[in-house]
Write a protein that binds this ligand. Sequence first.
Ligand code: PAP
Length: 341
Amino acid sequence: MDSFLPSPDCDTISKTYNGQIDSHLIQKTNEGYREILPNLPRGKGWMTEHLVQYQGVWLTPNFALKGLMWVQDHFKPRSTDIFLATFPKTGTTWLKALTFATVNRNRYGFADHPLLTTVPHGCLPFLEACPNDLDGFPSPRLLSTHIPYTLLPNSMTVNQSCRFVYICRDPKDVLVSKWLFMNKLRPKELAPISLEEAFELFCQGISHYGPYWDHVLGYWKASLETPEKVLFLKYEELKEEPSVVVKRLGEFLGHPFSLEEVSKGVVEEIVKLCSFENLSNLEVNKSSVLKLSTQIIIDNRHFFRKGKVGDGKSYLTDEMIKRINEITSEKLLGSGLVFGS
Ligand code: PAP
């Protein structure tokens, strides 16, 4: 299994989107992008000055929009592809670590595992961040994406048997995690965004890849319609019973844990390796950076804050909690999906 691809995302995307790699397809995407950009609705940005709305979803006007357009126009999926799909701050880093460790468990020992020296984002790249590299990746490709299910091209969702693992999280925790994270990344020239402002924007759906509830529902419905293709997980369940969820993950990905592995404690080893306590204390995750583009360089430590369920509530007023709970109940009504209180 050759899924370990040390962080090709970063440099490639920046060169690509800055036009230094001469590619006909990228040029075509860039042309389409320049044509549509001026006419897109704008909203206040969390990390960038503003976000733009494209096909109903709010995106950063450069990186995310171009990435989505490229995927829709030119990405060539393979039937063996596995995508980790997430809305930002719902558990991407954790899910990447668990998936990478599960799929590659016969390849690496726990004592010298790549996750001990590489941030999970470096082990499992973003689909929309590395357009030029993907064709050269060996199968099965393990990729991640923030793109809502409903915006993915049919080539990924209908025509191929690609598999998706989606993780969602209580919106209050997502909002607060996102607000704190984005303010760390927000350029100094822009005033920090207040929690009140972030709350309003989030409730209106104006946040990266938002509205949040639409994102969740897209994958939720797909998981009900095609459970063999879409595994739907909750951060809270993963926190509560990590071993149970990791076994489900292994099963779904076609790498079920044998009885022998279970009795030897392999599942627990994976859970321990990928735990917040372990990952957040590793040197690489305390002091190195992830280079997503020439402009976007993120300290790895920002991906690990508290890793707790329910922490969002300690930042929000009772009124805010009430309102976000009401929006959630309304949006999810009849879907069969519920979040905690
Ligand atoms: P991203 O979208 O920027 O990749 P993502 O990994 O989805 O972020 O979410 C980050 C959240 O997951 C953080 O939550 P917090 O702000 O509420 O603390 C982060 O702490 C948490 N997280 C990261 N790694 C783990 C882990 N191994 N176990 C549990 N939670 C984790």
